[in-house]
Design a protein around this ligand. Structure first.
Ligand SMILES: O=c1[nH]c(=O)c2nc[nH]c2[nH]1
Length: 501
C-alpha cells in the first residue's frame, strides 16, 4: 500500500549541494510513512514500466499524485527555535533591544498563558499557522506554566506535527507576576511535563513530540536551578536541551556578572574566567543534543567549546536584525563543522515562516561578507567564512541542517529512501496567488527561459529542465510564502497547507 508522487523533486545532499529532479517518482508507504524508493528520471511514457519494476500497477492500492508544471516536492522546513506564546505579539514592540523587549513586550504576553482557556485558543491558532508555513518539525518554547505547556504539547500531538516542546525554567530576574517560586518548583513541573509528553507514544522510535529541557537563559536561572537541570540531563542522555546564547551585548555582560568563576561548579580552580557558553557547560548543559539559539557574539574559545561538545546553533537572523542584536558568523561556524539550523524566533522575529529566516540568513551573510571582505589576492577556497551563503547552503540550513541540529538527520531532512516522508508540495504557479512569485505560466507565455545578460549567461530561468527547477526553488525561497505551500506532510500524513481543510 503506497502513495506515489510524480513530478519535480528537490532534496538537499550536503551543506553545499542539492539534487533537482524534474521527473522523479517517489513512493511512500501508507502504513509507516517512510519513503520506500525514489526513481530519479522517469519520462511519462516509462511510468507503467517503472511501476512494474517495483511490482506495482496503477490500481486501487496505489495512489498516484501527479504534480503540475511549476510544482515540486521538497523536505519540510525545520524551525529550530521559536516561542509559541509570543506569536500573538508578532509585529509589536519592534523598537526595543532584547532585555527591554523581554520586560516591556514579552513577559506581559507570556504571563497571560496562565489562563488555560486563553492558552488553548491561542496555541490552536499558533500551531495551525506554523504548520501551514511548511514547518514539519518545530522546536517550541512554551511559557513557565506547566498546564499551558501541556496544552501546547497536546495540540502539537493532535495536529501530527513533529516537535520538541519545552516549559521555560525561570526562577529569577523575571517580573514578580511571571517567575517560578523556586528552583524546586521549576524542577517538579519540568519532570511532570517530560513524563506527560513521553506518555504520548509507547516507544522512542514512534514518537513525533519530544520533551526538551528549556532553561530560558542563564540570566533567568539560579545556579541551583541550572545545577539540578544539569543533573536531570545527566540522568537522561536522550533528553534534548534548548536555551539562548550570546544574543545581545548587554545580556552577555549581565550573564558574566551573575556567574563569576567562583559561582560555577568547580569554582575558580576549574574556571579561570567566565564565558557565556562556559556557564552552560559548567552545569552540564552543553552536549550533542543542545540547541543554542543566536550565538551572535561568540568568543573564539566558546566556538571551540561548542564544537568540542558537539552542540549546535539555531541561527535566527530575522530576530537578530529586528532586536538589533547583530549578525551571527554562520559561515565561520559551518566551516568549523558546528551544526547550524534556522529559527524564526517569534516574536523577536516577526514571521513564523522559515522562508523569512532563509531570506534574512542570506542578507545576514551578505552583511558579514561586506563588513569583512575576503582577501582578493587569495584564491577561492570553497570556504563559507565571511562569504555570502549560496542557495544550496540556505536550503540545507532550513532542512537537513535543522534535522542534524535536532539529531534527527537519520530520520528526516531530505527525501531519501528509509527516511520519513516529512515533505512539502510547493507551487510557483500564478494560481498560488502570491504576487511576489512570478508564476511559471508567465515564463511559458513570454518564453523567458534562458533570459540572461551575457551570451553564455543562463539568467535566472535556466535552459534545461533541471536548471528551470533550480530556478523555481530559488524563486520560492526568496519570494514565496504560505500561499505557495500546497500540502504539508509529516510521516506520510497530510497535516496542512493550502489544500488542507
Ligand atoms: O530572542 C529572545 N527571545 C526570548 O524570549 C528570550 N528569552 C531570553 N532570551 C531571549 N531571546
Amino acid at each position: 500500500m503506497s502513495v506515489l508522487f510524480y513530478g519535480g523533486l528537490i532534496t538537499p545532499e550536503t551543506l553545499t549541494s542539492y539534487r533537482a529532479l524534474p521527473k522523479a517518482l517517489l513512493s511512500v508507504s501508507r502504513t509507516t510513512g517512510v519513503i520506500e524508493w525514489v526513481e530519479d528520471d522517469v519520462p511519462s511514457y516509462t511510468l507503467q514500466e517503472t511501476l512494474a519494476k517495483h511490482g506495482l500497477e496503477l490500481n486501487a492500492d496505489v495512489e498516484l499524485i501527479e504534480l503540475k508544471d511549476g510544482e515540486f516536492l521538497m523536505p519540510g522546513f525545520i524551525d529550530t527555535h521559536t516561542h509559541a506564546p509570543q506569536v500573538p505579539n508578532i509585529g509589536s514592540g519592534q523598537q526595543h533591544e532584547l532585555l527591554d523587549w523581554l520586560a516591556e513586550v514579552t513577559f506581559p504576553m507570556e504571563s497571560r498563558f496562565q489562563d488555560i482557556k486563553f492558552a488553548r485558543r491561542a496555541y490552536n491558532a499558533v500551531v495551525r499557522r506554523i504548520i501551514d508555513c511548511g514547518t514539519t518539525t518545530c522546536c517550541y518554547y512554551g511559557t513557565l506554566h506547566l498546564e499551558a505547556t501541556k496544552v501546547l504539547a497536546d495540540i502539537v500531538h493532535t495536529s501530527g506535527q513533529r516537535a520538541f516542546v519545552g516549559k521555560c525554567n525561570m526562577d529569577r530576574h523575571s517580573p514578580d507576576y511571571y517567575v517560578e517560586p523556586s528552583a524546586q518548583d521549576s524542577l517538579v513541573a519540568t519532570r511532570d511535563l517530560i513524563t506527560y509528553i513521553r506518555s504520548f507514544s509507547s516507544s522512542e522510535d514512534d514518537t513525533l513530540v519530544h520533551p526538551i529541557l528549556t532553561p530560558r537563559f542563564a540570566i533567568s536561572c539560579t545556579p541551583e536551578l541550572l545545577n539540578s537541570l544539569g543533573q536531570m540531563a545527566d540522568e537522561d542522555k536522550n533528553l534534548a536541551i534548548q536555551t539562548h546564547l550570546s544574543e545581545n551585548e548587554a545580556e552577555i555582560v549581565f550573564t558574566k556578572s551573575l556567574f563569576p568563576p567562583d559561582v560555577l561548579p568547580g569554582g575558580c580552580k576549574t574556571h579561570r574566567k567566565t564565558t557565556y557558553a562556559g556557564v552552560y557547560d559548567a552545569f552540564g548543559l552543553l552536549r550533542e543534543n543542545t540547541i543554542l539559539a543566536h550565538a551572535v557574539h561568540l568568543e573564539d574559545e566558546e566556538v571551540e567549546l561548542i564544537k568540542t561538545r558537539r552542540a549546535g546553533i539555531s541561527h535566527c537572523p530575522t530576530s537578530n536584525f529586528n532586536l538589533r542584536s547583530g549578525c551571527a558568523k554562520v559561515g565561520m561556524l559551518l566551516d568549523k563543522g558546528i551544526k547550524v539550523g534556522l529559527g524564526t524566533d517569534v516574536s523577536g522575529g516577526f514571521s513564523p515562516s522559515i522562508l523569512t529566516a532563509i531570506q534574512h540568513a542570506s542578507i545576514c551573510s551578505k552583511v558579514v561578507a561586506t563588513s569583512v571582505p575576503p582577501d582578493p589576492t587569495s584564491p577561492p577556497d570553497g570556504k563559507l567564512t565571511n562569504r555570502q551563503l549560496p542557495v544550496p547552503t540556505l536550503f540545507y540550513l532550513a532542512t537537513l541542517g535543522g534535522a542534524s541540529l535536532c539529531n534527527l538527520s537519520s530520520q528526516i531532512g531530505s527525501l531519501t529512501p528509509g527516511k520519513f516522508f516529512d515533505a512539502l508540495v510547493v507551487s510557483v504557479r500564478n494560481d498560488a496567488g502570491n504576487p511576489n512569485v512570478w508564476g511559471v505560466e508567465f515564463d511559458r507565455e513570454l518564453d523567458v527561459r534562458g533570459s540572461g545578460g551575457e551570451e553564455e549567461d543562463e539568467g535566472g530561468r535556466g535552459k534545461n529542465e533541471t536548471e528551470e527547477l533550480e530556478g523555481m526553488l530559488e524563486r520560492f525561497l526568496f519570494c514565496g510564502d504560505d500561499r505557495n505551500i500546497r500540502r504539508v506532510y509529516v510521516k506520510g500524513k497530510l497535516i496542512g497547507g493550502k489544500e488542507y481543510q
